[in-house]
Ligand binder design. Structure first.
Ligand code: FES
Length: 139
Protein backbone atom coordinates (compact mmCIF):
# COMPACT_ATOMS: atom_id res chain seq x y z
CA UNK A 1 0.00 0.00 0.00
CA UNK A 2 2.94 2.33 0.66
CA UNK A 3 3.88 2.07 -3.01
CA UNK A 4 0.31 2.91 -3.98
CA UNK A 5 0.34 6.10 -1.89
CA UNK A 6 3.61 7.14 -3.56
CA UNK A 7 2.03 6.62 -6.97
CA UNK A 8 -1.04 8.54 -5.85
CA UNK A 9 1.13 11.43 -4.62
CA UNK A 10 2.94 11.51 -7.98
CA UNK A 11 -0.34 11.41 -9.85
CA UNK A 12 -1.78 14.33 -7.86
CA UNK A 13 1.43 16.36 -8.16
CA UNK A 14 1.49 15.90 -11.94
CA UNK A 15 -2.15 16.86 -12.45
CA UNK A 16 -2.64 19.98 -14.52
CA UNK A 17 -5.85 20.84 -12.69
CA UNK A 18 -4.99 20.32 -9.01
CA UNK A 19 -8.68 20.36 -8.04
CA UNK A 20 -9.81 17.63 -10.45
CA UNK A 21 -10.94 15.10 -7.88
CA UNK A 22 -12.73 12.99 -10.54
CA UNK A 23 -9.39 12.18 -12.20
CA UNK A 24 -7.81 11.31 -8.86
CA UNK A 25 -10.71 9.07 -7.84
CA UNK A 26 -10.65 7.36 -11.24
CA UNK A 27 -6.95 6.75 -10.79
CA UNK A 28 -7.66 5.01 -7.48
CA UNK A 29 -10.40 2.86 -9.03
CA UNK A 30 -8.10 1.85 -11.88
CA UNK A 31 -5.32 0.94 -9.45
CA UNK A 32 -7.24 -0.67 -6.57
CA UNK A 33 -10.59 -1.57 -8.07
CA UNK A 34 -12.51 0.30 -5.37
CA UNK A 35 -12.46 3.40 -3.16
CA UNK A 36 -11.48 2.57 0.42
CA UNK A 37 -12.37 5.10 3.16
CA UNK A 38 -8.74 5.52 4.22
CA UNK A 39 -7.74 6.48 0.66
CA UNK A 40 -10.59 9.00 0.43
CA UNK A 41 -9.45 10.60 3.68
CA UNK A 42 -5.90 10.70 2.37
CA UNK A 43 -7.00 12.36 -0.89
CA UNK A 44 -9.11 14.92 0.97
CA UNK A 45 -6.10 15.95 3.07
CA UNK A 46 -3.69 15.89 0.16
CA UNK A 47 -5.96 17.98 -2.10
CA UNK A 48 -7.14 20.16 0.77
CA UNK A 49 -10.82 19.51 0.14
CA UNK A 50 -13.64 18.32 2.37
CA UNK A 51 -14.41 14.58 2.35
CA UNK A 52 -18.09 15.35 1.63
CA UNK A 53 -16.97 17.09 -1.55
CA UNK A 54 -15.38 13.81 -2.68
CA UNK A 55 -18.59 11.95 -1.82
CA UNK A 56 -20.55 14.40 -4.01
CA UNK A 57 -18.24 13.68 -6.94
CA UNK A 58 -18.57 9.93 -6.33
CA UNK A 59 -22.37 10.15 -6.32
CA UNK A 60 -22.33 12.00 -9.63
CA UNK A 61 -20.41 9.32 -11.58
CA UNK A 62 -21.79 5.74 -11.77
CA UNK A 63 -18.27 4.35 -12.34
CA UNK A 64 -17.15 5.82 -9.03
CA UNK A 65 -20.36 4.95 -7.22
CA UNK A 66 -19.99 1.27 -8.11
CA UNK A 67 -16.47 1.33 -6.77
CA UNK A 68 -17.43 2.89 -3.44
CA UNK A 69 -17.46 -0.52 -1.80
CA UNK A 70 -15.05 -3.36 -2.31
CA UNK A 71 -17.84 -5.67 -3.38
CA UNK A 72 -20.43 -4.52 -5.83
CA UNK A 73 -22.88 -7.38 -6.35
CA UNK A 74 -25.49 -7.66 -9.07
CA UNK A 75 -27.85 -10.63 -9.04
CA UNK A 76 -29.93 -11.62 -12.00
CA UNK A 77 -33.59 -12.06 -11.15
CA UNK A 78 -34.55 -12.57 -14.80
CA UNK A 79 -36.72 -15.46 -15.89
CA UNK A 80 -33.76 -17.70 -16.85
CA UNK A 81 -32.07 -17.24 -13.50
CA UNK A 82 -34.71 -16.79 -10.86
CA UNK A 83 -35.23 -19.64 -8.42
CA UNK A 84 -38.09 -20.15 -5.99
CA UNK A 85 -37.33 -18.18 -2.83
CA UNK A 86 -34.62 -15.99 -4.44
CA UNK A 87 -36.35 -12.67 -3.64
CA UNK A 88 -36.79 -13.64 0.03
CA UNK A 89 -33.19 -14.88 0.24
CA UNK A 90 -31.93 -11.60 -1.23
CA UNK A 91 -33.94 -9.56 1.28
CA UNK A 92 -32.32 -11.60 4.06
CA UNK A 93 -28.81 -11.30 2.61
CA UNK A 94 -29.12 -7.56 2.07
CA UNK A 95 -29.55 -7.09 5.80
CA UNK A 96 -26.58 -9.33 6.61
CA UNK A 97 -23.85 -7.90 4.40
CA UNK A 98 -22.30 -4.44 4.32
CA UNK A 99 -22.16 -4.06 0.56
CA UNK A 100 -24.89 -3.33 -1.96
CA UNK A 101 -26.71 -6.19 -3.68
CA UNK A 102 -28.57 -4.99 -6.72
CA UNK A 103 -31.15 -6.93 -8.68
CA UNK A 104 -30.92 -6.99 -12.46
CA UNK A 105 -33.33 -8.36 -15.07
CA UNK A 106 -30.59 -9.96 -17.15
CA UNK A 107 -26.81 -10.03 -16.95
CA UNK A 108 -26.39 -11.36 -20.46
CA UNK A 109 -25.36 -14.80 -19.16
CA UNK A 110 -28.57 -16.72 -19.79
CA UNK A 111 -28.23 -20.47 -19.94
CA UNK A 112 -25.08 -20.70 -17.82
CA UNK A 113 -26.81 -21.29 -14.48
CA UNK A 114 -28.28 -18.58 -12.28
CA UNK A 115 -26.08 -15.57 -12.81
CA UNK A 116 -24.49 -12.96 -10.60
CA UNK A 117 -21.71 -10.49 -11.01
CA UNK A 118 -19.27 -9.45 -8.31
CA UNK A 119 -17.43 -6.33 -9.37
CA UNK A 120 -16.37 -7.19 -12.93
CA UNK A 121 -16.45 -10.99 -12.59
CA UNK A 122 -19.39 -13.22 -13.53
CA UNK A 123 -20.38 -16.24 -11.44
CA UNK A 124 -23.17 -18.75 -11.47
CA UNK A 125 -24.81 -20.74 -8.70
CA UNK A 126 -27.04 -23.79 -8.57
CA UNK A 127 -28.77 -23.43 -5.21
CA UNK A 128 -29.71 -20.57 -2.91
CA UNK A 129 -27.46 -22.11 -0.26
CA UNK A 130 -24.55 -21.86 -2.68
CA UNK A 131 -25.41 -18.22 -3.39
CA UNK A 132 -25.64 -17.43 0.32
CA UNK A 133 -22.29 -19.05 1.03
CA UNK A 134 -20.65 -17.15 -1.82
CA UNK A 135 -21.93 -13.77 -0.65
CA UNK A 136 -21.34 -14.30 3.05
CA UNK A 137 -17.73 -15.27 2.33
CA UNK A 138 -16.95 -12.06 0.47
CA UNK A 139 -14.50 -9.91 2.35
S1 FES B 1 -31.96 -13.89 -17.36
FE1 FES B 1 -30.31 -14.14 -16.01
S2 FES B 1 -28.58 -13.71 -17.20
FE2 FES B 1 -30.23 -13.42 -18.54
Amino acid sequence: MKEFYQELDNYIENLEDKKNDYKVLSFVVDELGYLPDEVLNYIAKKMDIFPFSLESTIKFYPKLQKARTKNYVQICTGRNCIQPGLKEKLAELKSEVDFPIEERHCLGRCGKGSALKINEEYYSYKTLEELEKLLLNLK
